[in-house]
Write a protein that binds this ligand. Structure first.
Ligand code: GSH
Length: 203
């Protein structure tokens, strides 16, 4: 098994944190995003979308999409539970918050980068207005998440889960485009300090 990934990419970090929390080690194959290795053959045979991360299984199967890769490892090694165990209510609640963190926090922050940062200028069609709109959307959603975190320790409840990892990798990636968690959102700050203090945050 091998993980094709890039050190600076937030979706790759999501998988690395997930694996660190599970205590699973997987050999890594670095993909050079700077040289656009992911957008060319032979990488496109692994993932026609040209994106990292991609998990390569020993039988030659390729699994793309960071959450799908996390799901693979959750099934392979259920403990510690990060995506909900056999209890339907718990699994649905974690899925609900995972999707909210993906769609409302991480994705808008990544869209700010993709649409406004010079890194992507030669790689994709950029829409600066859309990027700035996503900044304002993400800022409002971070304020919403702050309110949500007023009465619970973690994003999906009392236990750490993939929803925390998704919010963490999105927010941390936001540093590149000047997002910062401050005292203005004290519950978010408390949560961010807690997840950042976990050993997995170094992944
Ligand atoms: N939905 C995909 C998104 C993958 C993705 O956007 N990967 C980024 C890195 S975080 C990438 O490959 N960017 C390079 C590019 O678009 O050229 C996932 O969760 O894995």
């Amino acid at each position: 098994m091998k993980l094709h990934e890039a050190a600076t990419a937030p979706n790759c970090r999501r998988v690395r944190i997930f694996l660190a929390e599970k205590g699973i080690e997987v050999p890594v194959v670095p993909v050079d995003l700077g040289q656009a290795e992911n957008r060319q053959e032979p990488f496109r045979q692994k993932n026609p979308m040209g994106r990292v991360p991609v998990l390569e299984l020993d039988d030659g199967t390729f699994i793309a999409e960071s959450v799908a890769i996390c799901r693979y490892f959750e099934q392979l090694q259920p403990e510690p539970v990060l995506m909900g165990g056999s209890d339907p209510e718990e699994a649905a609640r974690i899925e609900m918050w995972q999707r909210r963190m993906e769609l409302e926090i991480a994705l808008p922050i990544m869209q700010v980068f993709r649409n406004t940062h010079p890194y992507f200028a030669d790689r994709i069609d950029q829409y600066a207005d859309y990027g700035e709109g996503q900044r304002s959307h993400a800022t409002k959603r971070l304020e919403w998440l702050d309110r949500e975190l007023a009465d619970r320790e973690f994003v999906a409840g009392d236990a750490y889960s993939i929803a925390d990892i998704t919010a963490q990798i999105g927010i941390d990636f936001g540093r590149v485009t000047k997002f910062k968690v401050t005292e203005e959102t004290p519950n978010l700050l408390r949560w961010h300090q807690a997840v950042s203090a976990r050993p997995s945050a170094k992944a």
